[in-house]
Each structure stands twice: as structure tokens, then as C-alpha cells.
Design a protein around this ligand. Sequence first.
Ligand code: ATP
Ligand code: MG
Ligand code: MG
Ligand code: MG
Length: 475
Amino acid sequence: MTSKEIRTHFLDFFRDKNHKIVPSAPMVIKDDPTLMFTNAGMNQFKEFFLGSSSSKNPRVADTQKCLRVSGKHNDLEEVGKDTYHHTMFEMLGNWSFGDYFKKEAIHWAWEFLTKVCKIDPNNLYVSVFEGSDDADQLEMDKEAYELWKDIVPEDRIIMGDKKDNFWEMGDQGPCGPCSEIHVDIRSAAEKQKTPGAELVNKDHPLVVEIWNLVFIQYNRRANGQLEPLPEKHIDTGMGFERLCMVLQGVQSNYDTDIFTPLIREVETITNSEYGKSEKTDIAIRVIADHIRAVAFAIADGQLPSNTGAGYVIRRILRRAIRYGFTFLGTNEPFIFLLVKVLADIMGEAFPELKEQKTLIENVVREEEHSFLKTLEQGLVLLDTVVSTTKGKTVDGQKAFELYDTYGFPIDLTALILEEKGFQLDEEGFQKAMQAQKDRSKAASEVSKEDWTHLVEDAEQEFVGYDTLEADVKLV
Ligand code: ATP
Ligand code: MG
Ligand code: MG
Ligand code: MG
């Protein structure tokens, strides 16, 4: 099944169950001071759960463009290193606003996965909220347990704690237990060695969570107490790229037809080969992932900049550029060439990519051009640092300045120093880094919740690039 077919099957399935299929909300949020990027399918329906407005349609389904690079959901550091977390991804979802509840949500999810997608039920595990001993004194979710027991053998039902199986929007508001569905795509031999049940929720790359079914049945009041909601809701989210990995019989999201054309293009342009060395593979995955986040953001009208959402996007793009520079040896803009490939893969489902293609290409190429120049100038500055260093260890504070002020990546600094026969004072670097983190932590966003209050913080702004030429005081 191609990814296009999989997406269509999902939407058709829920359309047949009387769901209204709605468009994805923008990935970049402009009118909510508490959230910069959509990080889950339910964001655009927040008002319905809060009860401040009601939906015309009690049943809705869609595929939502999500970005998880800040706040409560920040997967950036995993991206590229693992094979199933992305910065930008599609979340397939179905919702009930005061309409159907656990029974239908569970049965339909199971029907879709096993009948439409034909996933072998022997490869599936489900989880149920086990209850809590804390102030909430919540009972286990017996209702969900009984429903699952009719479908799967009991040894496939995993009990989960609040961290994995209880969803809250924030300190206050609607919340409830959830059931997640996990798929085991290991080889038969591996399955013999360790039961899949032991690997659920253990960050195993081949025993992965694909679908989260949230049962919104409580409201948390301002005093912290939970009260049952008069109207109960369903909120589900399934990782589209992970579902495609399972259905296309591969063991990495990057081996699906969503990513392989991008990877082939990177291989061709950079004369590299995917699947031969871990470092090259990570770099290629980072680039194939990040161009999606950046292209979708620009298509939503968010250009890279030095503040707010634009700064986040700029940093994602720069991360891709430096992975190319460091590990694929690229010193000319090339990531912009991937936009065309991306528009071919996803332009049908998301026409904005096709409509904005030229703009996206131009913006990305210009960013690449500037940052590559910064990287090259950084090399010169590093030479000066080295020539004024007494002994063989380069001051960590100086390396940090290069990193912080000029955006020169520390792993690159370490690599170059090593080549020159020098070493980096890692401890000094970490100390400088920690001091800076402490400074910005106090003023930056509180990141515990789905909705966070962003505090304007001048210190967070990246000023290095613009002041590079005027301010060469590094050594
Ligand atoms: P995980 O535990 O794997 O990080 P999660 O519990 O954070 O996932 P949810 O918030 O429950 O994820 O989101 C619903 C679904 O979205 C997940 O079941 C998963 O399939 C998918 N998903 C979550 N984060 C990502 C990501 N960074 N990239 C791709 N898919 C994701
Ligand atoms: Mg997560
Ligand atoms: Mg999880
Ligand atoms: Mg989850």
C-alpha cells in the first residue's frame, strides 16, 4: 500500500462511520499566545473540549500536520538518531465531541488496523491506565480493560501509569485515561527471544506506539480536584509515518515511500550512500526530516527569522545544513533542491507545498547560502583561536562563544581541533553552556504542558549572524 492509499483509507474509514473529514489546521499557529506550533491533532479542537464553543459535527476526522520541537513535546534531539520520531509528522485522528465513547473508539481502531490495514493481531499490544495512588486516587480504567479483553488475549494488555496512560491538557481543564496501541515489527527470531509485552514503552525502535486513544472524561478544577464531565469526548492520534512503516513491511519510517525519494535525492546530490555508515545515515535522515518541517512552516507563512517561531524554523534548517556540512561534506546550497521532491510526494494531500514551491526553494537556498558562509567564517575564527592557544587544550569558554555567538557547532569545533592535534576543554564548554541555560531558563517558556505561556525574552534571540562582521571580538 502506498502512503497516499493509506491516508485515503483512514479518512474513508471514518467517513463511512459518519465522521466529517476536515482539513489540517496550519502547523504554525498565529492566533494562540500559548502555543507556537500544532503538536497534536486535537489542538484545533481545544475550544470544543474546553466547552467554550461547540462543534457543528459531533464526529470529525483528519490528518494534521504537527511539529514537535518545543515545549512539552520536543523530539528534536531524537530526530535522525532514531528511526521513528520526526520533527514534522502527520497525525491521523478521529474525534467524538460528546458523541460516541470508549466502545466505538476501541472497536473502530481495532477494525481499522486489523481489517482495513490487515495488521496481524499477534503483532499488536494495547495499554490501559492502571490507576494512581497520588492525590487523585484514580481507579484503573476497567471499562477500557473489559472492552480490550473481548478483543485481545489478556497478556497483550499492558497496564500503564499516568506518564503513558493519562492525558491532561494542562493544570486545569479536560483530561482522562488513554489506551495506546503498539506494534511489534521485529523478526520472528527476535520475538522468540523477548516477548513484545516487555518492550512496550521502552523506546524500542521496532516495538513502537502507533495510536493513542484518549478518553476525555474528567475536568480538573482550579483547586486540582477532578470532576466527571457531563459530556465525554474521544481524541485519538496515530502517527502516519509509523503506520506506513508497518504496512510497507519496513523497519524504519525512513524506508517508506514518504522518505525514500528524498533520501535518494540527497544521495545523488551529495554523492553519498545511505545504509553504509551510521554517521552518514544520521545526517541523511536529519536532512530528509528537517526539510519537511521547514517547507511546511514556510508554506504556512512562517519565514526563518531571529525571533519566536521563525527562530525555531531557522534553527531546524541550520541543523540540517550543518549535518550536511559536517558529515556529507557539502559547502554549496543543496537542501533547497529537495523541495521539488517533497512537493511531488506530498503536494496532493497538502497543495500549499506545490503552490508555494518557488518561494520555499528561494528562502531555503538563501538561508543555506548565508549559514554556509557563517560556517566558513567560523573556520577562520577557529584558526585564530588555535594560533593563540598556549599548550594543546583550547579554552571551553572560547569554543562556547564560537558556538553561541556565531552559531558554530561544537561537534564541528571538536572534530577540527582533533584534526589539528588539539583538544577541547569540554568541561569549560559545558560550564559555559550550563551558565547560559540557567540564564535563559528563568525567563523562557514553562514547558510542562500542551499549552505554555511564552515569555518574550530578548536573550533568546540569535544575534550572531547579523553581527558577525561587525563584532569579531572572539579572541
Ligand atoms: P512516543 O512515546 O513514541 O514519543 P507520544 O506518546 O509522545 O509518542 P502521542 O502524543 O501519544 O505520542 O501522539 C500520538 C501518536 O503520534 C503516537 O502514537 C505516535 O504514533 C505519533 N507520534 C508522536 N510523536 C511523533 C514524532 N515525533 N514523530 C512521528 N510520530 C509521532
Ligand atoms: Mg513522545
Ligand atoms: Mg508514548
Ligand atoms: Mg502516546
